[in-house]
Design a protein around this ligand. Structure first.
Ligand code: CS2
Ligand code: MG
Length: 409
């Protein structure tokens, strides 16, 4: 079998998605996600200009060889643009392999290690009553693990907090990338945040009892010492994990945090390769790998990093926001089904419009997500629907401190 075409499809149903569609001479097609939130067109160009010409004529069966060829022959390795492009090819080839074999991809990765994937939902509130409503809403939706984000007095806009109360019956459609010509500026004050957050978790624990798994995303904003203090302060409320407590590029930071707290740590959504996370795993400085198939080079490296992590009892907690497309989500669901050291899957649910563009076989029943048993990844692109939505520039917000200094967002 030979690859005869590879097309890059950019569509923007409710947000921008970049998808690679690989076609073989036997008419089998495979999909891959190449979406890099806020920088989408750079990956589309990388694919179109530099990857597609190399794929034509190749045997789609040789996934590992194609991955190594794209990684090594490019000379300039790693980075989110390169790795998202390679990820899209890797996913598309696994999709094709599954379709040829007549099996869902998780079967090719070793078969199912569980009935489905435990997931966590997102709750947020501008005050406690709104937060409690949001948590109830997520529980009713089937989630037994919930990420809790809250407004902080003195900070106007805050990451992960919905701008409006969740209307009853409606899911929280989380959309931080805004379709504006320039990134929106937000404000930040770490001391105010550190003072406020433990009280919120105390109130949530008192209200919802000891069973509910609670998570929190620090979104890269603290210094190592501040993170260590927050981890300690949150210990009485038994978090499932504290995510991205410090900026991920400073790996040493986790060593300091770890020495001070037993709050479990999760990190990795911005990582692109095993080299970003190997020391954190082997030194047992983290508990959950947050990498996403799309930004980590695809299914092949994600499966490998999890097999490496298994040696150290580190589990998965793959990044699943709405900017990972249904194709990227499916790719990591198949990995999650197969590996023994699965932990928890983030699940935000895509909008109806997105789901009309990407037709999916996934199911979500009683909090358990399953990729379905269609051959391949279980996602098909409805190209007519996709063509209705043109790309729209969108940016993530950014932060400034009170004195005007730019801060991590
Ligand atoms: C996040 C994301 O889901 C998460 O944990 O940190 O919402 C993140 O901000 C976006 O994926 C950025 O594109
Ligand atoms: Mg996060």
């Amino acid at each position: 079998m030979k690859i005869v075409a590879a097309d890059v499809v950019v569509t923007s149903p409710t947000r921008n998605f970049v998808t690679l569609k690989v076609t073989t001479d036997e008419g089998v097609t495979g999909l891959g996600d190449a979406t890099l939130n806020g920088r989408e067109l750079s990956v589309a160009a990388y694919l179109k200009e530099h990857v597609v010409p190399l794929l034509l004529g190749r045997d789609p069966a040789n996934i590992e060889d194609t991955w190594q060829f794209l990684y090594r022959s490019g000379y300039w390795r790693r980075g989110p643009v390169t790795m998202a492009a390679i990820a899209a090819v890797d996913m598309a080839l696994w999709d094709i392999k599954g379709k040829v074999a007549g099996m869902p991809v998780y079967q090719l990765l070793g078969g199912a290690s569980r009935r489905g994937l435990s997931t966590y939902g997102h709750a947020s509130g501008r005050d406690l009553p709104e937060l409690f409503d949001s948590i109830r809403h997520e529980k009713e939706h089937g989630f037994s693990a919930i990420r809790v984000q809250t407004s902080v007095p003195g900070i106007k806009a805050l990451y992960g907090v919905a701008a409006q109360a969740q209307a009853s019956g409606e899911r929280y459609d989380y959309e931080p990338a805004q379709r504006t010509a320039l990134p929106v500026e937000e404000d930040w004050d770490t001391r105010a945040y550190l003072r406020h957050l433990p009280g919120v978790f105390e109130a949530v624990r008192n209200e919802f009892g000891p069973d509910l798994a609670l998570l929190h995303d620090g979104h890269h904003r603290m210094t190592p010492l501040q993170a260590a203090r927050l981890g300690k302060d949150l210990e009485p409320y038994d978090l499932f994990w504290l995510e991205d407590c410090t900026p991920a590029e400073n790996q040493e930071a986790l060593r300091l945090v770890r020495q001070h707290t037993t709050t479990p740590l999760a990190i990795g959504e911005v990582f692109n390769s095993i080299y970003d996370i190997k020391d954190l795993i082997s030194e047992q400085l983290i508990d959950y790998v947050r990498c996403a198939s799309t930004h980590f080079g695809g299914i092949s490296p994600l499966k490998k990093v999890m097999d490496f992590a298994a040696v150290y009892q580190v589990k998965s907690g793959f990044h699943g926001p709405t900017d990972v497309s249904p194709v990227g989500l499916a790719a990591q669901m198949h990995v999650g089904m197969a590996i023994h050291n699965f932990g928890l899957q983030e699940y935000m649910e895509h909008s109806e419009r997105t789901n009309a563009v990407f037709e999916q076989s996934l199911t979500f029943v009683d909090g358990l997500l399953h990729p379905g048993d269609n051959p391949g990844l279980g996602v098909e692109l409805n190209e007519e629907e996709a063509a209705k939505y043109e790309y729209q520039p969108a940016y993530l917000p950014y932060n400034r401190l009170a004195d005007g200094t730019v801060h991590d967002w």
